[in-house]
Design a protein around this ligand. Structure first.
Ligand code: S3P
Length: 437
């Protein structure tokens, strides 16, 4: 499916932020472990969380989805080996977190994914899970992976070589589901939704902060069921609306109920450093996460050197930050972001290829990119490739706002993995995004 995004004058309105993908995936996993009746509100009904729900149901969970509400039911038998292979589709988070849960439970099964997911590195979770006592088999450190039972050790300690919330969460879930303690050191602070959720259900986690690194220690205790959970809005989806409003002229948009977790909202800090007009109102706590409304208006941006330690907290927002950088005065430099090479696509390459089509001056490095902004309208005579990556597709569609006519992005079906109503929300506030016949 190809989409075309037309030049837009200004954006206005108030929109509800779609549910957070990371939290949606975690609540169905931790909710299955709790084995209780629970209603989840604000669930992201998109392909990635659906893949996770389907996988959980095939190992014994009882989860049903009705639009943005999810119901978990208490079962007689908690978990079982599935009849068929589990297919996590495009979801790296689903695959890595479930490998932790399944290893902790000692289930035997085969996990697969789509062609993109089967290329992504899994040795980052295979290695520590094996050190914990899981038996896993994989040909090349990628999916498909066979899980062959486990005997998980108590008080496992692990220093993560890379800053990855997926790895941290995988190991926390392996410990939680095998009822063991674990101590993990992360080299830079990464998103902490798993820790917050465990605490929300009464679990004990101790923390030690050392400059930018952090130690997370789970002292196992049985979690306490609750009958409802509220998923915050997804900051990573809000990011597209934020940048769209900032780069268009004379615009004012409000996004309601956005998750403002410190380890996720790094893009706000970066955009404020770049000169963006942003205000947060109505901050409150919901299910141990902070949410609030973001008020955005058009802004004149200036390029900056993005601080290193913020990179893990903006990792999913770098494609749309790159689009913001196209319209900033001067240069924006992003470094220490080599993880972008192993996301749904090689995102540094995908961003660079798109910028070439937009004739934006930039340099790509092994671990980052520097982008020189322009005040002119973008002239884009050729279609841009999404590289089958939802965040690349949405980012370049947002750039269409400042084109001299339109920008056409190829292969946008993947938007359904994280933000199915992207086109309709963006069009509600004034963008013109059309699907080709
Ligand atoms: C996620 C963590 C991030 C992020 C991904 C979702 C999560 O990956 O890129 O989209 O839900 O834990 P890493 O922390 O592994 O880089």
């Amino acid at each position: 499916m190809n989409l075309t995004s037309y030049k837009t004058e200004s954006l206005h309105g108030e929109v509800d932020c779609p549910g957070d993908k990371s939290v949606s995936q975690r609540i169905v996993i931790i909710g299955s472990l709790l084995n209780c009746d629970m209603n989840v509100n604000g669930f992201l009904n998109a392909q990635d969380p659906i893949s996770t729900v389907n996988a959980l149901n095939s190992i014994g969970s009882s989860i049903s989805i009705n639009e943005n509400k999810v119901t978990l039911r208490k079962r007689e038998v908690m978990f079982k080996d599935p009849q068929q292979e589990l297919n996590l589709g495009n979801s790296g988070t689903g695959a890595r977190l479930l490998l932790g849960l399944i290893s902790g439970l000692g289930l035997r099964l085969t996990m697969r994914g789509d062609s993109s997911l089967e290329k992504r590195p899994m040795s980052r979770v295979i290695k520590p899970l094996e050190m914990m006592g899981a038996k896993l088999s994989s040909d090349s450190g990628t999916l498909p992976i066979k899980t062959l039972g486990s005997k998980i050790i108590n008080n496992f300690e692990y220093k993560m070589p890379i800053a990855s919330a997926q790895v941290k969460s995988c190991l926390l879930l392996a410990a939680l589901s095998s009822q063991k303690n674990i101590k993990i050191t992360e080299p830079k602070i990464t998103r902490d939704h798993t820790e917050r959720m465990i605490e929300f259900f009464g679990g004990e986690i101790l923390y030690e902060n050392n400059q930018n690194s952090k130690i997370i220690q789970l002292n196992y205790s049985e979690l306490e069921p609750k009958n409802s959970f509220d998923v915050p809005g997804d900051f990573s989806s809000a990011a597209f609306i934020i940048v769209a409003t900032i780069i268009s002229k004379g615009s004012e948009v409000v996004i309601k109920n956005v998750g403002l977790n410190e380890s996720r909202k790094g893009l706000l800090d970066v955009l404020i450093l770049m000169g963006a007009n942003l205000e947060i109102k109505n901050k409150k706590k919901a299910s141990n996460e902070i949410v609030g409304d973001i008020y955005i208006s058009s802004s004149e941006l200036r390029g900056i050197d993005v601080p290193d330690n913020i990179i893990p907290n903006i990792i999913d927002e770098i494609p749309i930050l790159s689009v913001a950088a196209c319209f900033a005065e001067g240069q924006t430099i992003i470094k220490n972001a080599a993880e972008l090479r192993v996301k749904e696509s090689d995102r540094l390459h995908a961003i660079s290829q798109g910028l070439i089509k937009l004739k934006i001056k930039h340099d790509i490095f092994e671990d980052g990119i520097s982008i020189s902004g322009t005040s002119k309208e973008l002239k884009c005579d050729e279609s841009i490739d999404s590289f089958d990556d939802h965040r690349i597709a949405m980012s370049f569609l947002i750039a269409g706002i400042r084109s001299d006519n339109f920008i056409r992005v190829m292969n946008c079906k993947n938007i359904e993995t994280s933000f199915p109503n992207f086109k309709s929300i963006m069009n509600t506030i004034g963008m013109k995004i059309n699907e080709e016949d």
